[in-house]
Design a protein around this ligand. Structure first.
Ligand SMILES: [Zn+2]
Ligand SMILES: [Zn+2]
Length: 359
């Protein structure tokens, strides 16, 4: 039997229940989870900001060990360590063929198909992954192999926070050595974005978060300044950068207000990269003069514009060389029953990543 944190309805409580995973079908892989990070997108799926069928097992930032491979699966075997990819590319659609696998038209396919049952009722996997469970069944293309000597609890963080945060800086924004970067919102993704900016050789990294408790950690990961968000934030950032604004701003919140602040914080000709997924009811407004006048670029970014099959091994090289601190992203560790507490902390803007560890 598999234990899972099951969400029965929108905004409902999470209850640890036994579920029965579907048999491992052709092209599928059964994975025993070792750890899963709790991401803000899990909360967005739970509260209806992002679409989710119920009952559901959320969790999409997971790593574990392959238990069984289905018919036709090559390149993976029982015992392999893997990180899960919540937007696995088909490798055949227009986007996949044009180097944009993070926009694959089939990336969401697994989300609308049940992966398990509970008391005979079908259960859906959040983002097709269902990592808040001791086990899951996913497509083989959703499994990225990782060497067995990498701790799985740290590898799990690669699956969403680190691919998204580092990828936004290196793949989407393409920050260059010596450039200045503002990072707005310091959850797990924002803390990864700070490290991405440091890896890219940014000359100044201005971290922005309302929680003063995050300053020390942000600075230890590479931030050169720490600011609290307020109405005059863009002005304060311009003052710190010789009156110009930063070359880049990375928005890791997904709110109209912070997207607007990110854009206004960059210099004329600068780039604001938005990875936060917000609500369809939350507009961002620009006046008709400023768009051309400031000649800024706004870049939208899904999954860090990464191809996890390529980018996970690159991130692991940084990790092995001591250039990427994965453990630093984790502020709390819980068991499956603690996912609800992690949601409460996210609602309150407290802490960074909560990591669920499976016994
Ligand atoms: Zn996520
Ligand atoms: Zn595709």
């Amino acid at each position: 039997m598999t234990k899972a944190a099951v969400l029965r309805a929108l905004d409902g409580p999470l209850a640890v229940e036994e579920i029965e995973l579907n048999p491992t079908g052709p092209g599928q892989v059964r994975v025993r989870l070792a750890a899963a990070g709790v991401c803000h997108s899990d909360l967005s799926l739970a509260n209806g900001t992002l679409r989710q069928p119920f009952p559901a097992v959320l969790g999409h930032e997971g790593a574990g060990v392959v238990l069984e491979v289905g018919e036709g699966v090559t390149g993976l075997a029982a015992g392999d360590h893997v990180v899960l990819n919540w937007a696995p590319p088909c490798r055949a659609c227009w986007f996949c063929e044009h180097g944009e696998p993070y926009l694959c038209v089939h990336a969401d396919d697994a989300r609308s198909v049940p992966f398990a049952t509970s008391a005979g009722e079908p259960v859906y996997a959040g983002l097709g992954t269902g990592a808040f469970a001791t086990g899951t069944v996913v497509g083989a293309h959703a499994c990225i192999p990782v060497p067995a000597d990498i701790p799985l609890a740290e590898a799990a963080l690669l699956g969403c926070a680190v691919l998204t945060g580092v990828g936004a800086v290196t793949n989407a924004a393409r920050v260059q050595t010596g450039q200045t970067v503002a990072v707005i919102g310091l959850g797990g993704v924002g803390l990864a974005a700070i490290q991405g900016a440091r890896l890219a050789g940014a000359s100044a990294i201005i971290a922005v978060d309302p929680a003063p408790a995050k300053e020390e950690l942000a600075r230890s990961l590479g931030a050169t300044h720490f600011l609290a968000p307020h109405a005059g934030l863009a002005k304060e950032i311009r003052a710190l950068t010789g009156g110009l604004g930063t070359d880049h701003a990375i928005e890791c919140v997904g709110r109209g207000e912070t997207i607007r602040a990110a854009w206004s914080s960059t210099r004329r000709g600068g780039t604001a990269t938005v990875l936060g997924l917000g609500s369809a009811q939350d507009p961002v407004t620009f006046n008709a003069l400023e768009v051309a006048f400031f000649a800024r670029t706004i870049v939208g970014c899904m999954y860090g514009s990464t191809d996890p099959a390529i980018d996970v091994p690159i991130l692991l090289e940084h990790y092995r060389a001591g250039r990427l601190n994965l453990a630093a992203l984790v502020s709390d560790e819980v068991d499956l029953a603690g996912v609800g507490e992690a949601f409460s902390r996210m609602r309150a803007g407290q802490g960074a990543r909560t990591l669920v560890r499976f016994a």
